[in-house]
Ligand binder design. Sequence first.
Ligand code: NCD
Ligand code: ZN
Length: 346
Amino acid sequence: MTVQLTIPRPDDWHLHLRDGAMLRAVLPETARDFARAIIMPNLVPPVVTGDQASAYRDRILAALPDGTTFEPLMTLYLTEDTDPADVAAAHASGLVKAVKLYPAGATTNSASGVSDFNKVRPVLEKMAEIGLPLCTHGEVTDSDIDIFDREAVFIDQVLDPIRKATPGLRVVMEHITTKDAAAYVTSQDSDLGATITTHHLIINRNHMLVGGIRPHYYCLPVAKREEHRLALRAAATSGDKRFFLGTDSAPHTDPNKLNTCGCAGCFTAPNTMPLLAHVFDENDALEKLAGFASENGPAFYRLPVNTDTMTLAKQDTAVSFPDKIDTPDGPVTVFDPGFDVFWKVT
Ligand code: NCD
Ligand code: ZN
């Protein structure tokens, strides 16, 4: 018997689309399933000003396949020189839906990020005043902090102090990977939300490192111990409105992944919704998928839930996905969950 699930069309609250030929190759993979996405600004050079975000939005819309509708929700990359007035104007015009904080050096293309948090206080205060959310890449970058501890330390050393010093600032902890982050979110009020990726619900650090190193499972924040993956599954399937989907789908070509210094990022745009149906089914929580993928994100961002729908159907035989998509820059490998998937988007 075929099991079917119909949910409001989902949105992706954390997505890397890149630019140029890569943008044109990966955008259809997201636009096929998702109505909207929060677009990460870590281009080279980064999307810092309202004018840059407007131009990037135009390039995304121009790259959409004919007949596709998709709404890019733009973000600004926070630097120590960001002008609060420019941020406020970009928000007031409806262009920009969030500002992204990368601690300098934390991840791909984050060199222009923040080192001295005092320098961004005026921007954060303006954002609290106008209700514009701050999306955080929640990892400290101190070389003496172990990479597996960087998220938990960020909460104590950066996030909690910023939130205490900036009452009313609305924050999304992006791509949380630890039970510490999930517990911090549930201990706070509704001004704090968190995105969870598809891949962090599926892999722990053993999947990446046991029996050979698997570069396509390397992303930042890096996957943690199994107890953390289980805490993320519990959070995502709990129905708590503060947790919602942000795939962090982050395409890199195979030559850039399979390298002596390989790039961080999992490319999950093509198969995220079938994988999530598998995960929620496995946790006996299919009825919570609509909240996680389609309703909780709009509630946090104060946007309407999409009125059209997506239907997922469980097949009797395993579904196959492409291993890679081709781009003029080289192939990009699609995230392989390592198990058979029976769900597909109909
Ligand atoms: C992202 C990228 O490639 O832009 N990589 C990743 O591993 N997630 C950057 C990021 O979100 O950290
Ligand atoms: Zn990301």
